[in-house]
Design a protein around this ligand. Structure first.
Ligand code: XMP
Length: 522
């Protein structure tokens, strides 16, 4: 197997994912005491992950230099490369910062590690430090405009380093780099299988004789989690939709369709007024998330008590949490807790947002969590759905965040602003659907920016809100690019929003990649 040493990158888990796809076993390990943990017989390769620190920062994670004498092929990624370079006698400075796409050019292609790579390809960068001198024995494989040592190696010792992130989907030829590295490790590539029967068996065993309340939203993740649970425990699964008014129009109807399809009764709870009351006067994004999470769980606990009166003992709450939710809420848990819970990728990761289905949950929650798709990625969850023969309208739906429109409205969430948001959202969905773009993008939505600007409508001056349009393409969720929508479609969306949505003066298009910008604005 390959040992992945985790320095806290948001994308460490994507490294494991690439290995998983290639049928390679791996173990994610913290850097502390690493040399003792490496077994030369079973560890065929070592990957040093990226990380949010600077190598010179106080308390920056490091490794014992003995690791370089173990004679095991090694691949350092971003921080992992910088740390290896520093420990081996190179020089790293707090240099040019780069986040997002860059063009990589190969200078030296005579080695196996470059097999199958194009002479020039797009790579995704996310770094603040820069290597300015390679250690002795290292040779350049290729550079980008700003980074001379973007890919380098000590071929004799089989130590490779990349400044970019080959694990993210926006880096072209990333998979080939891993394949070539695996070849260097003397390992064989195999096909990875998704074992649906195993997931169902695990649900059955975990739940035992009790009942499961399902938090369903109509999204792909909770739908697939529901179908798996329904298959495993049948009518002991009670799906509940809490309509807090923050979801897209048509969500109720969509949910009714899903549960009619699997022949399970759905319970709908109206909680619009209750939720809006809780959000009154709240502008802070994290506060919004936590408040929505808390009120959501309260409603489920009420539901649990109601069922108890009917002698139905519900012990679990089903959630459609997926792996990227866990990673982005990472630092909610200490490294030890993360390891104990099996969230290996979250060990050193910085907290980005408290996704309400992970970080925003109250600590004293009475229901235990059942999260059957927690270890899977969005595209894997979609694939499970397809293999369960679910119609494409259930599996190809755009993701929608748990806290819903609340995190797409900057500032306070009021009924009037929600109406504005929904109207603009529907216009965007309609126009993208008409232009046959909707099915190709990962997310599309308006943001009520809380910024105001002047417009002239009719003959009068209006000082109205600016709406930002965000449309992104992604598969791995950790990286995204903005969709190159034809100008005519952008024009139609803009005209319709300023004409049809009251109080809007202007529409702007968000052209920022992730990283650095997250997809959602809050
Ligand atoms: P970001 O904004 O982190 O979004 O780049 C990545 C994906 O996560 C979704 N997202 C959330 N989902 N609760 C959720 O259930 C949240 O608090 C939350 N915040 C972001 C986002 O919609 C995208 O699909």
């Amino acid at each position: 197997m390959i040992a992945i040493i985790d320095f806290g990158s948001q994308t460490t888990h994507l490294i494991s994912r690439r290995l998983k796809e290639l049928g390679i076993s791996y173990k994610i390990l913290p850097p502390e005491g690493i040399v003792r943990k490496i077994n030369k017989k079973t560890n065929k390769g070592i990957i040093l992950s990226g990380g949010p620190s600077s190598v010179y920062a106080k308390n920056a994670p490091t490794i014992d230099s003995q690791i370089f004498s173990l004679d095991i092929p090694m691949l350092g990624i971003c921080y992992g490369f910088q740390l290896a370079a520093l420990l081996l006698g190179g020089k790293v400075i707090n240099g040019k910062k780069e986040y997002g796409p860059s063009q990589f050019k190969i200078q030296n292609s005579k080695f196996k590690i470059t097999d199958g790579l194009s002479k020039s390809f797009r790579v995704w960068m996310s770094h603040g430090d820069e290597i300015i001198k390679l250690p002795k024995g290292f040779k350049i494989i290729g550079s980008t405009e700003h980074v001379p040592f973007a890919f380098a190696a000590d071929f004799k010792k089989k130590i490779f380093g990349v400044q970019f992130h080959p694990e993210v989907e926006h880096t072209e030829f990333g998979k080939e780099i891993f394949k070539n590295f695996i070849y260097m490790c003397d390992m064989k590539i195999q096909n990875h299988v998704l074992d649906i029967k195993k997931i169902e068996k695990e649900i059955k065993e975990k739940v035992g004789k009790t009942y499961v309340i399902g938090a369903v939203s109509g999204g792909v993740d909770s739908t697939v989690a529901s179908v798996l649970t329904a298959k495993a425990i049948g009518r002991k699964f009670i799906p509940v939709y809490v309509d807090n008014g923050l979801m897209r129009d048509g969500t109720r109807e969509h949910l009714k369709k899903i549960f009619a399809h699997i022949n399970i009764k759905l319970r709908i709870i109206n909680a619009q007024k209750e939720t809006l009351k809780k959000l009154k006067g709240v502008s802070d994004p994290e506060k919004k998330r936590v408040l929505i999470g808390k009120s959501y769980i309260k409603i489920f606990e009420r539901e649990m008590k109601r069922l108890k009166k009917q002698k139905i003992k519900a012990e679990f709450l089903l959630q459609g949490t997926i792996y990227s939710d866990v990673i982005e809420s990472g630092a909610q848990r200490s490294p030890a807790e993360a390891l104990a819970k099996g969230d290996k990728g979250a060990i050193h990761a910085a907290r980005i947002k408290s996704h309400h289905n992970v970080g925003g949950l109250p600590k004293n929650m009475k229901l235990k969590l059942l999260e059957p798709v927690r270890n899977y990625y969005k595209d894997e969850v979609r694939e499970i759905g397809r293999r369960l023969d679910l119609p494409s309208e259930f599996t190809e739906k755009q993701p929608f965040p748990g806290p819903g429109f609340a995190i797409r409205i900057r500032g306070e969430v009021t009924e009037t602003r929600l109406k504005k948001q929904k109207k603009a959202d529907n216009i965007i969905l309609e126009e993208l659907k008409k232009a046959k773009i909707l099915e190709k993008v990962f997310l599309s939505f308006p943001v009520l920016t809380n910024a105001f600007s002047t417009a002239v409508k009719g003959d009068g001056r209006v000082f109205g809100e600016v709406i930002a349009l965000r449309v992104v393409e992604s598969n791995d969720v950790m990286t995204s690019s903005w969709a190159k929508i034809p100008y005519e479609v952008l024009q139609r969306i803009s005209s319709r929003i300023v004409n049809e949505v009251q109080g809007v003066s202007r529409v702007v298009y968000d052209i920022t990649t992730k990283p650095p910008a997250t997809m959602e604005w809050e």
